[in-house]
Design a protein around this ligand. Structure first.
Ligand SMILES: [Zn+2]
Length: 455
């Protein structure tokens, strides 16, 4: 991902200036007042559109409808979804291009390692990205936060490397001040606080682990930065983290749940409910083996016509939802607590905390499975299972570059190739782990590659 201020600003402006924005906001406002039957009707009308597009233009679904004997016109209601197959992350990892209905160049491509060690590539139409932003802004509106709010954003970063650049970067067109998640240390806190105060934010937004790191630094100095809202996503928030960030930033938490695959989205309301945004996607849940309380979220995207995913197994588990109706008065369906991403924070060679370290492997290509492990502070091991188009030297060079850009110079990385990554006792592969070196390697390891200094 390129983090240049100009490209971020352009992408944001493009979405904000889209001609359909006004109509989307009006539709979202109407759904807030709709009853359950009206909401279902809106979903089913969109579902029929998505199924029609998928059956006609996506090679994956074209093949499936032809061989299954199901007529796409039979899929008319949410109940009819059960006629369609479940799609797994593995299907996407192996055949992402077969899901596309449009040429690659007409869509935005995104890569992610997620939490499960299986890297995928997804595509988004510009219209679905505009819709995504509209839904987020709509949710902010529940808390009185305007769509042009000034936001401090802590979501990784790879801009803050070297002596010449500080730990923050302004994106004027997007009203954002980016703060590096990897440079939240006591010696930088004064610079960061001064930049934030000068920026005068309405909200702070990002990974809960990063916001909590900043909040802890502020608390240690008995400082607060009151804002109107704290916008979080991508990770589970521990209760201690929530208390800490609410104390330091003195604002309500606006959390949302989504996936790189963009099938469904949900978020908190001002009354504490966790609502599905029904025009974004349809949520089903299926049983989780070995658990009587948790279920897996299965999502059907209703907006991304360029990359239709119907009944996609997200791998995310959810607990039972609160009994309705929500005190906020909206009939939007309620979702339980999502057991989202929980990752150990890595430590750099100079002791800096490195939150959500799986982002290092997000954009690597040619891999069936990938895992980044911290062997000791500043010493990391990338474990990979080769996929289509794999090149060990390219993977090593790419990961080395990512580490230098994101974690900073002075780290060490080695790459080890496996036929299959050893599973922990839980059976669930994690993308980022802090542990000791593994045994059981199946191919010769390369010698350690010292990470080059970024000039
Ligand atoms: Zn509510």
């Amino acid at each position: 991902m390129s983090w240049s201020s100009a490209s971020l600003s352009l992408k944001y402006r493009l979405r904000r200036a889209h001609p359909r924005r006004g109509a989307l906001h009006r539709r979202l406002n109407r759904l807030d007042l709709a009853d359950a039957a009206e909401i279902k009707a809106v979903q089913e009308q969109r579902l029929r559109v998505l199924v029609r597009v998928a059956a006609a233009k996506s090679p994956f679904y074209r093949d499936w409808f032809r061989t299954s004997g199901v007529d796409p016109r039979e899929i008319r209601t949410i109940a009819d979804l059960s006629l369609l197959p479940l799609v797994s992350r593995r299907d996407l990892a192996e055949r992402a291009d077969d899901f596309r209905t449009l040429p690659r160049r007409l869509m935005w491509s995104v890569r992610s390692s997620g939490t499960s060690g299986v890297p995928i590539e997804c595509y988004r139409t510009i219209t679905s990205s505009v819709f995504e932003l509209a839904v987020l802004e709509h949710q902010w509106g529940w808390f009185g936060l305007p769509s042009n709010s000034r936001r401090v954003v802590l979501r990784g970063s790879n801009f803050a490397i070297g002596r010449s650049r500080g730990p923050t970067m302004a994106v004027p067109g997007a009203n954002q001040l980016l703060v590096s998640s990897y440079h939240l240390t006591p010696d930088r806190v004064d610079v960061i606080v001064n930049e934030i105060r000068r920026f005068s934010p309405d909200a702070i937004e990002g990974w809960p682990s990063s916001i909590a790191l900043l909040a802890a630094l502020l608390r240690d100095r008995r400082m607060t930065i009151p804002v109107d809202a704290i916008i979080t996503s991508s990770e589970m928030m521990a209760p201690g983290q929530r208390t800490l960030i609410q104390e330091v930033f003195d604002a309500p938490v606006i959390d949302h749940y989504g996936q790189t695959e963009r099938t469904v989205m949900a978020g908190t309301c001002e009354a504490g409910g966790y609502h599905v945004f029904p025009s974004y996607g349809i949520v089903e849940t299926i049983p989780v083996e070995g658990s009587s309380t948790r279920r897996e979220i299965v999502g059907t995207s209703l907006q991304n016509t360029g990359f239709p995913l119907l009944r996609y197994r997200t791998g995310d588990e959810v607990r039972p939802s609160a009994p309705g109706p929500c005190p906020c008065g909206r009939a939007l369906p309620l979702l339980g607590v999502v057991d989202g991403r929980v990752e150990d924070t890595f430590t750099a060679s100079d002791g800096r905390p490195l939150p959500l370290p799986s982002s290092i492997v997000d954009d690597l290509t040619g891999l069936r499975e990938a895992q980044i492990a911290q062997l000791r502070p500043g010493v990391f091991e990338l474990r990979v299972v080769p996929g289509k188009g794999f090149s060990q030297s390219d993977t090593a060079a790419h990961a080395t570059r990512n580490i230098a850009r994101q974690f900073g110079p002075g780290q060490e990385l080695r790459v080890r190739v496996f036929d299959a990554l050893p599973r922990p006792r839980s059976g669930k592969l994690k993308t980022a782990v802090v542990e000791q070196p593994l045994t059981g390697e199946t191919r010769p390891a390369r010698p350690a590659i010292p990470v080059q200094r970024d000039s």
